[in-house]
Design a protein. Structure first.
Length: 124
């Protein structure tokens, strides 16, 4: 399945299902852009209480090991009540804030201000 995704020349939507426990999982909607080799990921509106830093680490490992991307851009809604603790976690993990006007931000985000963006650069 991953090889099929990697063969696309255009941005491709991917739903990433990460298991938190054997019976609980979270689904992450994302777009792989082969033009800049960045995985754009929308933070799920709700995460199971058991979701932790391990979930984010699994997401980054998948992006690095399976998709071989250069960076991951995380999109987080500004109205999330848990955004302060999420931001702290992202910064500890190595994410950096990304301006919505940056050329690395998702296309067409310069016109909207409902999300925060964070980028994680994957080193070779």
């Amino acid at each position: 399945m991953v090889q099929h995704i990697l063969q696309h020349d255009n941005p491709t939507r991917i739903t990433i299902k990460l298991h938190v426990t054997e019976n609980q999982f979270s689904e992450w909607e994302s777009v792989l852009n082969p033009e800049n080799n960045i995985l754009y990921v929308a933070m799920p509106d709700k995460l199971p209480p058991e979701a932790s830093k391990d979930t984010f680490i699994s997401l980054l490992e998948f992006a690095e090991d399976k998709l071989d991307v250069n960076a991951v851009v995380l999109c987080v809604r500004k109205n999330r009540p848990d955004r302060a603790s999420l931001f702290e976690t992202f910064l500890i993990m190595g994410f950096q804030p990304l301006s919505r006007k940056s050329p690395l931000a998702p296309p067409s985000t310069a016109k909207t201000s409902e999300n925060y963006y964070f980028i994680y650069h994957i080193e070779d």
